[in-house]
Design a protein around this ligand. Structure first.
Ligand code: URP
Ligand code: ZN
Ligand code: ZN
Length: 460
């Protein structure tokens, strides 16, 4: 059935204008003033609302075996949460244990998503070991439509690679035209600090941040960009939390490196005082890199606004407070690392960024949708409002006022890190390839139509 969106304020990464949008057969077929409504079309009146391209979250975890447990969401719950929050495309990290073969892991992660997701999805392939088998399987995975790798410099013994492996991943990525996304922290420095703190009886969640300080993240960025430069490989620093780490990434770019920076909505709006909350409440805010001192936030906002920081993601990794964060009550190093945020990224960014004057409206679309689509080979199918683009659209009401609460969320986890915070604006209607899946802010999708998005390498 055709879809017609009437008289919205269309906002893309480059333009703001008033127009109608017509969609047929899953794609946008017309954009203009006073278009004719096709017979039988579903009509949405977008007067007084913004129409954004569907938002893209370039860093989520859904199936995640990690620190002795599993992240809580399934594709059903996560994609519902994403859509209610205006995110229509997910890029999930495939994170195999070092003992697993990459191809089997890729098939496993794909099987968790296929026929279970309400929105489209793709993957960054975790390169968590390197040998001849891994190399040939990574090549197969790229040929199957995955044009980005993920490396972890942290989590030694779990997902982390050593320097010889990092060297080879960078070389392979360059030869295949693949971008390498990277978790940058110095694993050995963290392990030593953790040991010292636990031995000294510093066992609470407030010690998580001091155990992996800003310098540890900055060291990781320095290390990663040096290895990328050796092969001229494109790299993307995920979850950048602080000024020293971001500065080193930007300096590497200034030297000619192909380096992009992601930050998270958590780092822009929460800080380390949250992880210092009493009664183990701080564990709800334990993730890596940690919540930082608030003094980092002006730097992050300014560099997001001017485009030095390309994207805002979530690193969505939901663990229940009651049963899972509890695993680290006596020892913060055992608290499953991760924060749920998939549902709230767009509304929080609009509220804290656009409404507070820190972010231009077009740059908001750019950093929450278009840049991720461009960097990861999805543009202009995603991240754009153009004829021929997928009809993934967000009709956004800037006048909506509400309060975030775990009681009303879609995410399958027992808390929300933004609990009690006000949002100014929300996704009122959302479409996935021309079908309405959110109406009046509520999920109304029925079919799990989400598709695996194949991406070609060498799209830079
Ligand atoms: O603490 C985090 N970030 N958990 C998820 C895994 C990762 O490092 O991205
Ligand atoms: Zn990470
Ligand atoms: Zn992550």
């Amino acid at each position: 059935m055709p879809l017609f969106i009437r008289n919205g304020q269309i906002v893309t990464a480059s333009d703001v204008y008033q127009a109608d949008i017509c969609c047929q057969d899953e794609t946008i077929t017309g954009i203009g003033r006073n278009l004719t409504v096709p017979p039988g079309a579903t009509v949405i009146d977008a007067g007084g609302k913004y129409v954004f391209p569907g938002f893209v979250d370039p860093h989520v975890h859904i199936h995640l075996p990690f620190m002795g447990t599993y992240a809580k969401d399934t594709y059903e719950t996560a994609s519902r949460a994403a859509l209610v929050g205006g995110t229509t495309t997910l890029i999930e990290m495939v994170c195999p244990a070092r003992s697993e073969e990459p191809l089997a892991a890729f098939e496993l992660w794909k099987s968790k998503a296929e026929a279970r997701s309400f929105c489209d999805f793709t993957f960054h392939m975790g390169a968590t070991r390197y040998d001849s088998l891994a190399e040939s399987q990574l090549k197969e995975i790229v040929a199957a439509g995955v044009s980005s790798f993920k490396v972890f410099l942290a989590y030694k013994g779990a997902f982390g690679v050593d320097d010889a492996e990092l060297f080879q991943v960078m070389r392979l990525a360059k030869s295949l035209g693949v971008i390498v996304t990277a978790h940058c922290e110095n694993a050995d420095a963290i392990a030593m600090r953790q040991k010292e703190f636990i031995a000294a009886g510093k066992t609470g969640p407030q010690w998580h941040e001091p155990s992996r300080p800003e310098s540890v993240e900055a060291m990781g960025v320095q290390h990663l960009t040096a290895f990328a430069a050796m092969h001229d490989t494109h790299c993307y620093i995920v979850h950048t939390s602080c000024e020293p780490a971001a500065r080193l990434a930007l300096e590497a770019r200034a030297r000619g490196g192909h380096v992009w920076v992601e930050t998270l909505i958590q780092y822009l709006t929460l800080d380390k005082t949250h992880a210092e909350l009493p009664d183990f409440q701080g564990s709800k805010f334990v993730m890596s890199p940690p919540m930082r001192d608030k003094r980092n936030q002006p730097f992050l906002w300014n560099n997001l606004a001017n485009g030095n920081i390309s994207t805002v993601a979530t690193d969505h990794a939901p663990f229940d407070f009651k049963s899972q964060k509890e695993m680290g009550r006596e020892d913060f190093t055992k608290i499953p690392n991760g924060i749920p945020s998939l549902e709230d990224r767009v509304n929080m960014l609009f509220t804290a960024g656009v409404n507070s004057g820190k972010l231009d409206l077009r740059r908001f679309v750019d950093c929450a949708s278009t840049q991720a689509a461009r960097l990861f080979g999805l543009y202009p199918r995603k991240g754009a409002i153009q004829t021929g683009s997928d009809a993934d659209l967000v009709i956004f009401n800037p006048k909506y006022r509400g309060v975030i609460s775990a009681k009303t969320q879609q995410m399958a986890v027992d808390y929300n890190p933004f609990e009690g915070m006000s949002i100014e604006g929300r996704a009122e209607a959302v479409t996935v390839r021309g079908q309405v899946v959110v109406s009046d802010g509520k999920f109304v999708g029925r079919e799990k139509r989400g598709r695996f998005l194949k991406r070609d390498p060498n799209h830079f």
